[in-house]
Design a protein around this ligand. Sequence first.
Ligand SMILES: [Zn+2]
Ligand SMILES: [Zn+2]
Ligand SMILES: [Zn+2]
Length: 111
Amino acid sequence: MGINNNGPESYGTIWVCRCCMLTHANGECCADSEHGGDGCEPLSSIEPPYTVAMGMAYEEHAEDCLFHTMGSDAPGDYECDCETNTFSTSQCEGCGSCLHGERHAMTLFKN
Ligand SMILES: [Zn+2]
Ligand SMILES: [Zn+2]
Ligand SMILES: [Zn+2]
């Protein structure tokens, strides 16, 4: 906090659809170009100089989550569900898709 390390600057958490998450993780998602129905190109809303990384910052986790309280000292096998919303009706922040469904947390950075 308050330290400028000249690295990418975090712009906080965004919530993206399954296609955006899979595209970021694997470079591909669906076999067809419809992406669940509306044909939004995954991660098309993320343009340079912005980049995304999987997951959310420790301080963004729920207050009772060990990642929030312990950060990188949380046990290696600890899992939480802060980074997944199993059903959301809000627009995907990665591609603009309005399809309802799973949303996954990512952190937006500006390089
Ligand atoms: Zn897809
Ligand atoms: Zn958590
Ligand atoms: Zn998306």
